[in-house]
Design a protein around this ligand. Structure first.
Ligand code: NAD
Length: 333
């Protein structure tokens, strides 16, 4: 079966790591068609918008999308975050971020958790206003039953599919009694449908502390948008950091996979960009496309490279972006 893959290189090191991922995908025994589309500050300068409608159409038409990174410029009137807009426009409601130990001295052992973060509402709903002549700023935190239900269900389904036995529901319902209160009560209702999975509740501040104290206790964490954003960046520091962590944005009709890092403007063109986070995003995309064997092969090749110190300087290695890509491709063959 042919999969149509939409590539969104974006800005900074985005195009570098997406080119590497395309080479890796072409080295696997897969039937793929590639299409490229525009996103980011470069797109804004060329086309007047950081997220053209044609890009959303290409994503909708594709089996899956691989996204590099964008640069968010300093205050420009009418500029908007194309990443947040893309997630909302395509209803990519689930942001899934796996954090797994890697065979490297900087990684803590025995970590194998997934953070499932609601991706379209909460404090990132985009409803903000200034009052009192600009002296009072308000952001509305929107939590809906529908949004809570689908992310909690996704988290419990994921636990089942990946043979994990527990889900931590993370909230702050003791203070945010309405918004987190709704998220919590929906989660408790849905948990009853999954009698094979143990549900734990944890307040977000406790979770931030427990993630540092004993990250290996977590299997799946499900939470709201901003809490998930912060906790998932925290968790990735135990498993190699920004150069090696990936995420997937999953909706009903579209899915976008990306490295967690940004456009890293200071290392553009230096060969220092670690392509591994994008390779792991590619592996997540292959799982989503049900190309499970290819995903396994790619993860194995990546782990072998890391274990043999065939890496970029952020992991203590001396190889360039392209050299790491070549080593991964050699190990695939
Ligand atoms: P960043 O992730 O780009 O970089 C943080 C640090 O990590 C830098 O030192 C960078 O050199 C390093 N780094 C990042 N990716 C790396 C890689 N693959 N290999 C080796 N080192 C890597 O975050 P930042 O510097 O805070 O932001 C830069 C720009 O990226 C900003 O405009 C920001 O808004 C944007 N950003 C975009 C996204 C996204 O597109 N999803 C995410 C975060 C930040």
């Amino acid at each position: 079966m042919t999969h149509r893959i939409c590539l969104l290189p974006g800005d900074g090191i985005g195009p570098e790591v997406i080119d590497c991922a395309e080479q890796v995908l072409r080295a696997l025994p897969l039937d793929l068609d590639f299409v490229r589309a525009e996103i980011g500050f470069g797109a804004y300068e060329r086309l007047g918008t950081p997220l053209p409608d044609s890009t959303l159409d290409e994503i909708r038409r594709s089996s899956a999308t691989l996204f590099g990174a964008v640069t968010t410029p300093p205050a420009i009137p009418n500029y908007f975050s194309p990443v947040v807009r893309m997630r909302q426009s395509l209803e990519l409601y689930a942001n899934l971020r796996p954090c797994q130990s890697i065979p490297h001295e900087t990684s803590r052992p025995n970590i194998d958790l997934i953070i499932a973060r609601e991706n379209t509402e909460g404090l990132y709903s985009g409803i903000e206003r200034l009052e009192d002549n600009g002296n009072r700023a308000i952001t509305e935190r929107v939590i809906t039953r529908k949004g809570s239900e689908r992310i909690v269900r996704k988290a419990f389904d994921l636990a089942r599919q990946t043979n994990r036995k527990s889900v931590h529901v993370v909230h702050k319902a003791n203070v945010l009694r309405q918004t987190c209160g709704l998220f919590r009560s929906v989660a408790l209702e849905i948990a009853k449908e999954y009698s094979d999975t143990t549900m734990y509740e944890m307040l977000v501040d406790t979770c931030a502390m427990e993630l540092i104290r004993a990250p290996e206790q977590f299997e799946v964490i499900v939470t709201t948008n901003l809490f998930g954003d912060i906790l998932s960046d925290e968790a990735c520091m135990f498993v190699g950091g920004l150069g090696v962590v990936a995420s997937g944005n999953i909706g009903v009709n579209a899915a976008v996979f990306e490295p967690v890092h940004g456009s890293a403007p200071t290392i553009v063109g230096t060969g220092k960009a670690n392509p591994i986070a994008t390779f792991l995003a590619t592996a997540m995309m292959l799982d989503y496309l049900n190309e499970v064997e290819s995903a396994k092969r790619l993860r194995k090749a990546v782990n072998e490279c890391i274990a043999n110190n065939e890496s970029t300087p952020d992991l203590g290695g001396s190889l360039t972006t392209n050299q790491v890509t070549d080593r991964v491709i050699q190990r695939l063959n």
